[in-house]
Design a protein around this ligand. Structure first.
Ligand code: DAT
Ligand code: MG
Length: 155
């Protein structure tokens, strides 16, 4: 078992869904050793989008961002593991796919800042993971379980 299990919110954005990248992205987190504890395939409404991206309200790209994130279904998920929030952010790459290293999700799967495939809670924003999980999931929708490989994944 991890000494410091943490849950983080991840979402495959509408472009990732339309491009058939859900499986590729889930596979990367599974391979890394993170545990899926919640998943929901939904089309989010404007209110939820504005709440979720509330920190960006007033910025010039806010309207386009809300428009984009509500433009089609998303795959919302909660992943758990040691240092999960920071590790997922590292796996995602930079906000701009063009600045993201090969090997990262955005660096391998995207080209454009406004179509960057994936969202993950910001590890530099204290409590963002818990806030975002609560926006998308009820506690009862999150599943506590112990994958059998935990004993080989953590010292
Ligand atoms: P991240 O998604 O890496 O956490 P963020 O929270 O700063 O990045 O921004 C949220 C999303 O908004 C981002 O995934 C893409 C879009 N975005 C950010 N900065 C932008 C900009 N300068 N122009 C256009 N879209 C931007
Ligand atoms: Mg962010």
């Amino acid at each position: 078992m991890s000494e410091d299990p943490e849950r983080t919110f991840v979402m495959v954005k509408p472009d990732g869904v339309q491009r058939g990248l859900i499986g590729e992205i889930i596979g990367r987190f599974e391979d890394r050793g993170l545990t899926l504890v919640g998943a929901k395939f939904v089309r989010i409404d404007r209110d939820l989008a504005e709440d979720h991206y509330g920190e960006h309200e007033g910025k010039p790209f806010f309207e386009d961002l809300v428009e984009f994130i509500t433009s089609g279904p998303v795959m919302a998920m909660v992943w758990e593991g040691q240092d999960a929030t920071r590790q997922v952010r590292t796996m995602m790459g930079e906000t701009d796919p063009a600045e993201s290293a090969p090997g990262t999700i955005r660096g391998d799967l995207g080209l454009d800042l406004g179509r960057n495939v994936i969202h993950g809670s910001d590890h530099e924003d204290e409590g963002a993971n818990e806030r975002e999980i609560a926006l998308f999931f009820d506690e009862a929708e999150l599943v506590d379980w112990d994958p059998i490989d935990d004993a080989w994944l953590y010292e």
